[in-house]
Design a protein around this ligand. Structure first.
Ligand SMILES: [Mg+2]
Length: 393
């Protein structure tokens, strides 16, 4: 097959709020080759991503993504890996490249799986599609009472683990943060695993993060996620040395496998969280999954958007031991929730598996997201580089 077309679509809610919810807008990628169509999603801000897809060459390390992909063969997984290297090399100095490429890469796996009538995890060479224990992923409430009610809600919904993050956490006093964590624990009850996401709020301030550890320990928190920005590997390591039972989690910002490897090797992580829609797709995420397990660090997905992104994020560790955690967005926007006609559902034991259908195994409901489609045009010196394509299967 030859990659005949790559079309990119930007979506957004009518009012995008200044909160830590990345599901308020969305970039979908449609690839066509050999009579088949694949879909992928970038975990990325739409407009910079569109620009990165179509940017004219600036110099040899600044090619737009599509320029490196169109017209190339797609017959097996090795072709996807070869294109990954080509895009990375030719887009080295365009920093949005991994985000943009991730959506294309995921669409290539979906397409290749459909062409071969195989699920993407089989295509990846995974020997099993093991059950994941989904944790309900949501934001802290603006006050402890709201957090308490959200925690009761996910407990009632049957989740066996839950994560609270962002919102006011880390922005007020140590005592206020402790109240938030205690409210989450109270709402979940003693049996449900509690995870906390600080959303990089302390930048690289190890003392500020360490001051929160006693409350996290009291609440039996399994992991403290992203206390620091991803590059502050030394700060992760320093905090890990000061923590007794709470493990550190991080890595969602990793935009290539090397960055993730630095965190695994030197950050003292218990869990490495990889967003397949940012790191360069299923291939790069799978590399990290293999490396993490060889180093005794638990790989988990990062996903806060649609079930298309969720399905892609589970492929890299499909064959890791059954029962590992996976992030499961429970309060995504109507845009992110609407895009799949057949969302991934929990089984009677509250566990989650990838679908067995070809590719990512999901049907998209384009009519449901059509109202959010952004009409965009990029014109340079009178030449149209991008115009929103027709949204169709
Ligand atoms: Mg996070």
């Amino acid at each position: 097959m030859i990659i005949e077309s790559v079309d990119v679509f930007a979506f957004a809610l009518p009012h995008v709020r200044d909160i830590g919810d990345g599901s308020q807008d969305m970039v979908l990628v449609r690839v066509r080759a050999g009579g088949h169509t694949g879909w992928g999603e970038c975990e990325a801000a739409p407009l910079p991503t569109l620009a990165t897809m179509v940017a004219p060459m600036s110099h040899s390390a600044c090619h737009g993504v599509l320029d490196s992909v169109l017209g190339h063969p797609l017959d097996d997984v090795a072709d996807i890996a070869r294109l990954s290297r080509r895009v990375a090399e030719r887009g080295l100095d365009l920093l949005q490249t991994p985000h943009a490429w991730s959506g294309v890469e995921i669409a290539l796996w979906d397409l290749l799986g459909k062409a071969r009538s195989e699920p993407a995890w089989v295509l990846r060479g995974a020997a099993a599609n093991n059950a994941r224990r989904p944790y309900a992923s949501q934001l802290f409430g603006d006050d402890p009472q709201t957090t308490l009610e959200r925690a009761r809600g996910v407990a009632a919904a049957g989740f066996r683990a839950a994560k609270f993050g962002w919102g006011p956490y880390g922005r007020g006093s140590v005592a206020e943060d402790a109240e938030q964590v205690a409210a989450a624990r109270e709402g979940l009850g003693p049996q449900i695993d509690l995870l906390v996401d600080a959303g990089t709020v302390w930048d690289d301030d190890v003392d500020a993060a360490a001051a929160r550890l006693p409350a996290l320990e009291r609440a039996g928190v399994v992991w403290l996620e992203e206390p620091f920005v991803g590059g502050a590997v030394w700060a992760y390591a320093a905090l890990a040395r000061r923590s007794n039972r709470v493990r550190l989690a991080g890595g969602e910002g990793a935009h290539n496998a090397h960055v993730a490897r630095q965190l695994i090797d030197h950050g003292g992580l218990g869990f490495v969280q990889i967003d397949t829609g940012r790191i360069g797709g299923i291939g790069a995420a799978s590399q990290v999954a293999g490396y993490a397990s060889s180093r005794g660090v638990t790989f988990v997905n990062h996903t806060f958007t649609s079930h298309l992104a969720l399905a892609a994020s589970l492929v890299p560790y499909a064959d890791h031991p059954a029962g590992l955690l996976c992030e499961f967005p429970v309060s995504a926007s109507p845009l992110a929730e609407g895009v799949t006609r057949t969302p991934l559902t929990l089984d009677r034991e509250g566990m989650l598996r990838l679908p067995d259908g070809p590719g990512l195994g999901l049907d998209l409901d384009l009519d449901a997201v059509r109202p959010y489609l952004q009409e965009v045009e990029i014109v340079v010196n009178g030449q149209c580089l991008y115009r929103t394509p027709e949204l169709a299967q």
